[in-house]
Design a protein around this ligand. Structure first.
Ligand SMILES: NC(=O)c1ccc[n+]([C@@H]2O[C@H](COP(=O)([O-])OP(=O)(O)OC[C@H]3O[C@@H](n4cnc5c(N)ncnc54)[C@H](O)[C@@H]3O)[C@@H](O)[C@H]2O)c1
Ligand SMILES: O=C(O)C[C@H](O)C(=O)O
Ligand SMILES: [Mg+2]
Length: 622
């Protein structure tokens, strides 16, 4: 009897589904005699986007996006059915061509797709795979493959992830943030797509970088994946190719600038901090023109930091201190290093400012120390050596322009080439943040052979791989076996023969940003202070043992990223407590935090890191 009843219920459910399907099909089939009858749906927000029966993806009109609470959950360009088909076919054809996708692995994009599909189906499993195989898959979901993914994002886009705020959403953001289904968001990584890695303006496609950074937040810092939010602020693009590409998913208009631009970013910040007052916002890959301005505008009032300026600076300083130790010298010798930096953008200037401050601190933290530290740096940008003779020098770079008389004494001049500078200065360190692949040419590396250092440090930090200023093979074979090598993108160690290995370190801000974010979250600090950033840097600098450093291993391996992140986060929490900034996290209020000793802070951090395990699920009726 009950079996029959069950069958009847089943068949009535089936019938209802069939009717729904027919209505759904009819509503899309314009040749039907029934015309455009609407389909009633009982879902909204992400549920509708994740329902293959009703999802139209990028073809949802703006009215539908508003009525179905999906505005902001899709890239802003509304596509026609024909455009969607064209985009899919272009992508399919590209796969058929079996192009080489990456520098050393022809299948990186295919791997990314497989991982991405798992990410969309089952987050716990995805992060388990990522954490357990971080060395193998970080280069797929993060740098360098994420760069390729961003370049091809309009073709790769399937299911939405994150939120999009566009110039067309002005005045609407405060309500749009409520379209995001999570009541708690701990970490936002936001980009405007204007400088994605060293690949330039990729417009709306830059969302991939925010997704990749947040993957590391989950994998390395144990931020709960339900509480991360990648954000793309689409204020247009100045990329001529994308402006003309019929399949591009972003706004096809030129970038907003000036006050109009600031209004959009201000509105976004106000909206997210209104809905999630405790969120931390990491600014990522903004062109340097805006990176510094936005950092100054928000850093004293919001919990935010700029990864490219501040995270990169910390990672570089930690590596440079390692390079001093690798010569068998104490860290305190750092202010004696002669440093040539190629690239004076957001990353280069961030590193220069932090290195100068670190030197000044080591020399007694006086005005005079700060002034004298300046003479340790030579900055070369696209126009050559920056001196005081340079007209219209960028205000951020001005403090590092060389004095004319000292330049002449050194046999240099305004605009001298990198090779000339290296030849004359004989630096201890050559650091590249120029986004200019191959910039450390044979001539430059040859010149470095005359460095006054016993172990010159070569840091081609630009990303992705093809933007690296040189490869490790070039560096070791031309500049010599005794160099210290650190690149932004991962490279394999080099066999130097005779059983010797040239170690390739990865100098990437991934060793700091997850710990800075986690430490800020758990301390409950209202801002990310200079002291907290310095504590993070010092923690990374102290992570490597004397033995490792002497072998030229100055950064951890990516397989230790969860461990180093935990330690960095604990150092950040400790500093926030010391500076009286820590307001606490959940039941650990500021007074409880004050009572913790170092070991208890580490335990507190560890206990609050999410791990990918399946929880028991129990169904409950509404
Ligand atoms: N490894 C890391 O953790 C890390 C972190 C941040 C940025 N980066 C990389 O650094 C690069 C630069 O980033 P950014 O935000 O500073 O970019 P940016 O566009 O703001 O600055 C680039 C700078 O390089 C200079 N430049 C260009 N061509 C040059 C040449 N031929 N010689 C010398 N200088 C030249 C430009 O004049 C400019 O000053 C990117 O490739 C990015 O991926 C790496
Ligand atoms: O994303 C990276 O790998 C590092 C850095 O943030 C960059 O912009 O290159
Ligand atoms: Mg970046």
């Amino acid at each position: 009897m009950s079996n029959l009843f069950h069958q009847m219920r089943l068949s009535s459910t089936l019938l209802r589904r069939l009717q729904q399907r027919v209505t759904a099909v009819n509503s899309r089939n314009f040749t039907t005699t029934e015309g455009h009858r609407p389909t009633i749906v009982h879902k909204r927000s992400l549920d509708i986007l994740h329902d293959p029966w009703f999802n139209k993806g990028t073809a949802f009109s703006f009215t539908e996006r508003d009525r179905l609470h999906i505005r902001g959950l899709l890239p802003p360009n509304v596509m026609s059915f024909e455009q969607q088909i064209a985009r899919f076919m272009a992508d399919l054809k590209r796969l058929e061509v079996q192009a080489r996708d990456g520098p050393s692995d022809p299948y990186v994009l295919a791997k990314w797709r497989i991982l991405n599909r798992l990410h969309d189906r089952n987050e716990t499993l995805y992060y388990k795979v990522l954490i357990d195989n971080i060395e193998e898959y970080a280069p797929i979901v993060y740098t360098p493959t994420v760069g390729l993914v961003c370049q091809k994002y309009s073709g790769l886009f399937r299911r939405p992830r994150g939120m999009y705020f566009s110039a067309a959403d002005r005045g609407e953001m405060m309500s749009m943030v409520y379209n995001w289904p999570a009541d708690q968001v701990d970490m936002i990584v936001v980009t405007d797509g204007s400088r994605i890695l060293g690949l330039g303006d990729l417009g709306v496609q830059g969302i991939g970088i925010a997704i990749g950074k947040l993957d590391l937040y989950v994998a390395a810092a144990g931020i709960n994946p339900q509480r991360v939010l990648p954000v793309m602020i689409d204020v247009g693009t100045d990329n001529e190719k994308l402006l003309k590409d019929p399949l591009y998913l972003g706004l096809q208009e030129r970038r907003l600038d000036g006050e109009e631009y600031l209004e959009v970013i201000d509105e976004f910040m106000e909206a997210v901090f209104t809905r999630w007052p405790h969120v931390i916002v990491q600014f990522e890959d903004f062109q340097s023109k805006w990176a510094f301005k936005l950092l100054q505008r928000y850093r004293n009032n919001y919990r935010m930091f700029n990864d490219d300026v501040q995270g990169t600076a910390g990672v570089a300083i930690a590596g440079l201190l390692g390079a001093v130790r690798a010569q068998g010298r104490p860290m305190i010798d750092f202010p004696k290093m002669k440093i040539v930096v190629a690239g004076a953008g957001s990353a280069g200037i961030g590193v220069l400012n932090a290195a100068r401050k670190t030197m000044a601190r080591m020399l007694g933290n006086t005005e005079i120390a700060f002034e004298s530290a300046r003479s340790q740096f030579w900055v070369v940008d696209a126009k050559g050596l920056i001196t005081e003779a340079r007209e219209n020098v960028d205000p951020e770079a001005r403090p590092f322009s060389r004095k004319i008389n000292e330049t002449e004494r050194q046999g240099l001049r305004e605009g001298a080439t990198l090779a000339e500078v290296v030849h004359q200065v004989k630096p201890d360190v050559l650091l590249g943040l120029s986004a200019c692949g191959g910039l450390f040419s044979k001539e430059v590396l040859e010149a470095l052979k005359h460095s006054t250092s016993t172990r010159p440090a070569i840091f081609p930090m630009s990303n992705p791989t093809r933007n690296a200023e040189c490869t490790p093979e070039e560096a070791f074979s031309i500049a010599g076996d005794n160099i210290i090598f650190s690149s932004g993108s991962p490279f394999k160690d080099v066999d130097l023969g005779n059983g010797h290995v040239g170690h390739c370190n990865q100098a990437n801000n991934m060793f700091l940003f997850p710990g800075i974010g986690l430490g800020t979250l758990l301390s409950g600090s209202r801002i990310v202070s200079d002291g907290m950033l310095q504590a993070a840097t010092e923690c990374l600098a102290a992570y490597m043992t004397e033995e490792e450093v002497l072998k030229g291993i100055i950064y951890p391996s990516i397989s230790s990223i969860r461990d180093i992140t935990k330690k960095v986060a604990a150092a950040v929490v400790k500093e926030a407590i010391k500076e009286d900034l820590a307001e606490g996290y959940r039941e650990m209020d500021s007074r409880e935090l004050q009572k913790l000793d170092e070991a208890q802070i580490s335990e507190f951090v560890e206990n609050n890191m999410w791990s990918p395990d399946y929880p028991t699920l129990v169904y409950k009726k509404d």
